[in-house]
Design a protein around this ligand. Structure first.
Ligand code: CP
Length: 320
């Protein structure tokens, strides 16, 4: 593994989940592994969990970390090769990534989509330019189309709470006041499918995710039918992929309640956070004993720590 940006960068989700659970049981077992190594965390967008859990993961491995909110603190980046930079951009990504590679042994980057142009967003231009021009491994801290460290943490959480080998996992759309990326939903779908879980995705018509991520999942437009017998219900809003970046409805009948959950198999409830309470998910569900939101947040440490450990152990790709 040279970089970690998607589920196909790892050989086996169950194997990685087991490695993460071993690290969770003994988080400081490899506290010398990262000695004199530096993790750079570059944010183009806000973050609470990703920022802090990645720093905590690095600390557990004995690594140093440096954080930069490049959108506020850095030069405006040019992404296009060969650009004549006589406009608003000040620094080419080639030079920025090249310099960062001199200061860091691993670089994490968060780069959200514009939600204006699907072709541009789904080409992952920012992430791929960072990979192209960096000489150290790149870890996605959420890109335009995926959030792999979140999905990995979600798989660790499901493993800890599942009562059967192949649980029924329902990913359900929820209303929101803002247009949000599809990244968490895309990523959760591809990790759940790679984990060989029964995945049902439920959303209003028009909110279909790109088939690139959902092949192998069942799509059910009736939320109540989707919830029947569910072991896990993952709640998330996303904007339309088909009518790219648009909010097609804010229908609050999609808001999950304890009453709706009666048809599930005492389902555990998941959300990646941040969540707009009583818009995207009700207080009564978020505060219920079946809610796993804090367990997911905790497992963000171990998803990041496992991936950093894998990259540190693959010393041929790190600077000496
Ligand atoms: N779930 C998640 O990535 O949270 P942050 O956006 O706060 O990092």
């Amino acid at each position: 593994m040279k970089n970690f940006t998607k589920v196909s960068d790892i050989s086996s989700v169950p194997l990685m989940v087991q490695k993460a659970l071993e690290l969770k049981a003994n988080p400081f077992a490899f506290s010398a592994l990262g000695k004199n190594k530096t993790l750079g965390l570059i944010f183009m967008n806000p973050s609470l969990r990703t920022r802090l859990s990645s720093q905590k993961a690095a600390m557990n491995l004995g690594m140093n970390s440096m954080v930069m909110n490049i959108d506020k603190e850095g030069w405006s980046l040019e992404l296009t090769d060969g650009a004549v930079m006589n406009g608003t951009t000040v620094e080419h990504i080639k030079d920025a990534a090249g310099a960062m590679s001199l200061y860091c042994d691993i670089i994490g980057i968060r780069c959200f989509p514009s939600l204006v142009n699907s072709k541009e967003d789904y080409s992952e231009l920012v992430l791929s330019q960072f990979i192209k021009y960096s000489s150290v491994p790149i870890v996605s801290l959420e890109s335009a189309t995926r959030h792999p460290l979140q999905s990995f943490a979600d798989m660790i959480t499901i493993e800890e709470h599942k009562l059967q080998t192949k649980p029924k996992v329902v990913l359900t759309w929820a209303p929101h006041v803002k247009a949000l990326p599809q990244a968490v939903a895309n990523s959760f779908a591809e990790w759940a499918i790679a984990s060989n879980y029964e995945l049902v995705i439920s959303h209003p018509e028009g909110y279909e995710l790109s088939e690139e991520f959902t092949k192998g999942a069942q799509i059910e437009y009736n939320q109540q039918r989707a919830l029947q017998g569910a072991d896990f219900v993952y709640v998330k809003n996303w904007s339309s992929f088909r009518d790219y970046g648009k909010i097609l409805t804010q229908d609050d009948s999609w808001l999950l309640t304890n009453n709706k959950l009666k048809v599930t198999s005492n389902a555990k409830i998941m959300h990646c956070l941040p969540v707009r309470r009583n818009v995207e998910l009700s207080d009564e569900v978020l505060n219920s004993p079946n809610s796993l939101i804090m367990q997911q947040a905790e497992n963000r440490i171990y998803s990041a720590q496992t991936m950093l450990k894998e990259l540190l152990e693959n010393s041929s790709i790190l600077k000496l």
